[in-house]
Design a binder for this molecule. Structure first.
Ligand code: CA
Length: 226
């Protein structure tokens, strides 16, 4: 039975979602603010978190950022209908998915199933450390390094590098990267891939004077260690 933490300060919504999820057989806890949410993550170790971005004290964005420093817990964020910047920021901070309020409970249940399944698949695919030259990554612990120097990557950066590396020597299209790394259609805007490739190059290629991520004109990107 999967454990789900709902973080929402509006008691009515929290109670409604809790009842629905319990009805589906999930084990559920609710947290009414960001600090409690972080404590629950630490002590209760949920399998998935539903995170409202509008919270008292610690914002949902900040909660997300802190959790991502040490965990790949699936996070579905709840955002206000028109708040595009919140949505983008939340995804940048490593949220896996989002729902806009008000939402249909059936849709939330479907998203929960999708994200729990994706997480299990990711875990399985990610097992197995890799190295090339002095560069090494370990998906089990989401750690990367060059020789003895650690490389600090966000979850998305790590997933992107890992995916490219899994397809070493093969050109991967931006759409494929969006699909596999971001997990769902990102409504056609593939710029985000280029942005994250730039981050990776700064942290790896530029920093250590190596070449790992190659641009394949009119196609996408390819991992090859040089
Ligand atoms: Ca709220």
């Amino acid at each position: 039975m999967s454990k789900i933490l709902i973080v929402e300060d509006e008691a009515k919504i929290a109670r409604f979602v809790t009842l629905e999820l319990e009805h589906e057989g999930y084990e559920v806890r609710a947290a009414g603010d960001g600090r409690t949410a972080l404590q629950e993550c630490e002590s209760w170790q949920p399998d998935l978190m539903i995170l409202d971005l509008m919270l008292p004290q610690l914002s949902g964005i900040e909660v997300c950022r802190r959790i991502r420093q040490s965990s790949d817990l699936p996070i579905i964020m709840l955002t206000a209908k028109d708040d595009v910047s919140d949505k983008v920021m939340g995804l940048d901070m490593g949220a896996d998915d989002y729902m806009t309020k008000p939402f249909a409970i059936e849709e939330l249940l479907a998203r929960i199933r999708v994200n729990l399944r994706k997480h299990r698949v990711d875990r399985a695919q990610h097992s197995g450390a890799r190295s090339a030259g002095q560069l090494h990554i370990d998906p089990a612990s989401y750690s990367a390094g060059y020789g003895d120097a650690p490389i600090t990557l966000t979850k998305k950066e790590f997933d992107l590098l890992n995916y490219l590396w899994q397809h070493e020597g093969t050109a991967v299209t931006r759409d494929e990267l969006l699909n596999h790394v971001w997990g769902y259609e990102f409504t056609g805007d593939t710029n985000i891939v280029d942005v994250y490739i730039r981050y990776l190059r700064q942290k790896i290629d530029d920093k250590f004077g190596i070449k790992t991520i190659h641009t394949i004109r009119a196609v996408g990107y390819m991992f090859r260690y040089e």
